[in-house]
Design a protein around this ligand. Structure first.
Ligand SMILES: *[C@@H]1O[C@H](CO)[C@@H](O)[C@H](O)[C@H]1NC(C)=O
Ligand SMILES: *[C@@H]1O[C@H](CO)[C@@H](O)[C@H](O)[C@H]1NC(C)=O
Ligand SMILES: *[C@@H]1O[C@H](CO)[C@@H](O)[C@H](O)[C@H]1NC(C)=O
Ligand SMILES: *[C@@H]1O[C@H](CO)[C@@H](O)[C@H](O)[C@H]1NC(C)=O
Ligand SMILES: *[C@@H]1O[C@H](CO)[C@@H](O)[C@H](O)[C@H]1NC(C)=O
Ligand SMILES: *[C@@H]1O[C@H](CO)[C@@H](O)[C@H](O)[C@H]1NC(C)=O
Length: 545
């Protein structure tokens, strides 16, 4: 098609006076142009991975990606006689559909016609009734300068529409099936939000194996606060997979690195999404949300010719959203499963006793915005619901604590990213809901406490960061002195032995002993001034030698 204008370009070079020449040249140009067009259209129909403008794809006709990985065409799901346009694996005998165009508007017979308009809009028409049942008209980023629109099925399973005149457009198509997930997440698809266009990519189960229509279950990313993955049934949360902590979703601790695929969660100004990619490209894997609400990671086993379950989130009683109420913690190892977090008590003890935990727990000693309030550390948890939370990906944990402390409605904080050196700040305001004990791969949360409830130093990090930092070097100095004294003592003992004292059998095991007088002197009669603090074995004193 590019040849046409090129041929016309020859015109000016033709001498203008002999009238017949000009006409002949024009005729030749027309004919050659027509041949080029004809040739191009022959090529087109043979290039089975594309759909060109005005070409019609009918029932029983398909488009196949270059390496024959995926196929696009009409199909009838299960026992249904309704037909749909979809994409499935070309090489898998038992047809596995990964994408459906007209999932809610089936064709009742085989008269469907899929065409691409010159404006780059994909249209599915019912040829018997003559109506359009589905189109991309409202979902494509229209370009007025569209010259040669083309649809192409890629080996990733993505069907893209772009302007053939501009190869760069393949990277930035005007429409792509990867932007409209059905019930399957394929490698390279983005599950989440394009914040620039405000579009959401989430996936929803089929109604049944016979009906790809929008089912009850959706898997989506809630961005009200720090982004978290949610599997919902109707409008209800079925599973809160939890916020991303840099390594995994805190509600799905079993999702771990493996040799088949890697995964990532991206949070920036432009996008928020989860994505996985194949490490071993010979592997065929998909993540599918079944009509039953099960989220399955499946691997195709070629030898057995079947899909095998590789991973699925573990649901237990504790995954029931907010089962233990605010500030309640669900621990599947305990019976009953709900308990109040340390420092909290049941809001309604009578209801709590009858295993109605919905009222949750409250502070044993209420908070009153006292400046002495601090934070206690809680470990091995699934982090609470992050709706209404606040985050900053650059702050440190110390800055995060300060930030939370400043605002009396801030109830908890933690690092938003525990990968590497741990960074970022995540703050909760108000009730902490849907906490669960994850014995394995659990997360840490710092919860606001009244001054009297703050853990002592022995229990680890608390609001007394400063004290911990001071006591460590002092304790180190004391220890060094004690060890030196002990070595000195033993050295003298050895010297005595060498001078003829008989060696006792137990001697090497004996602990160094100091006379009371030495210790009294060294600690200034156990003076309070020399006391450093209390350790596990009793008071600790500074010694003066
Ligand atoms: C599709 O192909 C099958 C098998 O070749 C044939 O029986 C059927 O009539 C075809 N349907 C249409 C609409 O062409
Ligand atoms: C199709 O119908 C058969 C026989 O009624 C049934 O056993 C099978 O489960 C159905 N398949 C689907 C996908 O519904
Ligand atoms: C094909 O897939 C369906 C649905 O996943 C399944 O029920 C059926 O057993 C499979 N058939 C074979 C032959 O593997
Ligand atoms: C995942 O693996 C692919 C292929 O090896 C690689 O290109 C990509 O950078 C990896 N992504 C992450 C997040 O590690
Ligand atoms: C505390 O945080 C809440 C929630 O972000 C906010 O509405 C409120 O203005 C903050 N208060 C102060 C004193 O910063
Ligand atoms: C989390 O921290 C790691 C290591 O510092 C870094 O590579 C990664 O980009 C961070 N992730 C996010 C979402 O900030």
């Amino acid at each position: 098609m590019e040849v046409f204008p090129a041929g016309v370009m020859v015109f000016p070079t033709v001498p203008s006076d002999p009238s017949g020449v000009r006409w002949r040249m024009a005729k030749i140009n027309l004919i050659s142009g027509f041949l080029v067009l004809l040739y191009a259209s022959i090529i087109r129909t043979h290039a089975t991975d594309t759909l060109s403008a005005n070409q019609i794809l009918r029932y029983n006709e398909t488009i196949v990606s270059p390496l024959e990985t995926f196929e696009l065409g009409f199909f009838n799901p299960g026992n249904s006689t309704n037909s749909y346009v979809g994409i499935w694996y070309k090489k898998i005998s038992n047809r596995t559909v990964v994408w459906v165009a007209n999932r809610n508007t089936p064709l009742t017979d085989t008269s469907g016609e899929l065409t691409l308009t010159f404006q780059g809009v994909l249209i599915l028409r019912d040829a018997t009734k003559g109506n359009v049942v589905w189109s991309t008209a409202n979902s494509s980023t229209s370009k007025s300068s569209m010259r040669t629109p083309i649809g192409q099925l890629l080996d990733t399973g993505n069907f893209i529409i772009y302007d053939e005149g501009d190869s760069i457009n393949q990277e930035d198509p005007i429409w792509q099936s990867f932007d409209f997930l059905t019930d399957t997440l394929l490698p390279g698809m983005k599950h989440g939000w394009n914040l620039v266009t405000g579009t959401e990519r989430s996936y929803t189960s089929w109604k049944s194996d016979d009906d790809p229509g929008l089912g009850e279950f959706s898997y989506w990313i809630d961005t009200r606060g720090y982004p978290q993955l949610i599997l919902s049934e109707g409008g209800e949360i079925k599973l809160r997979a939890g916020p991303w902590n840099g390594l995994r979703f805190t509600g799905t601790p079993t999702l771990s690195p493996n040799r088949f695929y890697n995964f990532t969660f991206v949070i920036n100004q432009r996008e928020i999404y989860y994505q996985y990619n194949l490490i071993d490209t010979s592997v065929i894997t998909r993540l599918v949300l079944k009509p039953s609400g099960r989220l399955d990671r499946l691997l195709w086993i070629d030898r057995k010719q079947e899909w095998s379950l590789y991973w699925s989130p573990q649901y237990d009683l504790c995954d029931q959203y907010a089962l233990c109420g605010p500030f309640g913690n669900c621990n599947i190892e305990k019976s009953p499963v709900c308990e109040c977090l340390k420092g909290f008590e049941p809001t309604s003890p009578d209801q709590w006793k009858t295993t109605d935990w919905s009222q949750g727990c409250r502070h044993t000693i209420p908070l009153d915005c006292n400046p002495g309030e601090g934070f206690n550390k809680y470990s091995n948890l699934k982090l609470p619901d992050t709706r209404g939370s606040w985050y900053d990906q650059t702050m440190t944990l110390i800055e995060c604590e300060k930030m939370c402390k400043r605002n009396c409605s801030c109830t908890a904080y933690t690092n938003s990213n525990i990968s590497g050196t741990r960074s970022g700040c995540l703050l909760w305001f108000g009730d902490l809901i849907d906490i669960k004990t994850n014995a394995e791969n659990g997360d840490t949360l710092y919860i606001r406490m009244p001054p009297s409830e703050l853990d002592s130093i022995a229990n680890g990090k608390s609001s007394g960061t400063g004290r911990v930092q001071v006591i460590v070097p002092v304790a180190f100095v004391v220890l060094t002195i004690l060890i030196s004294m002990c070595l000195f003592y033993r050295f003298n003992m050895k010297k005595q032995q060498q001078q003829g004292t008989p060696r006792s059998v137990n001697e090497d095991l004996e602990l160094p002993l100091f006379g009371l007088r030495t210790i009294l002197k060294a600690t200034n009669n156990f003076s309070m001034n020399n006391k450093l603090g209390e350790g596990g074995f009793g008071p600790v004193y500074k010694v003066m030698l």
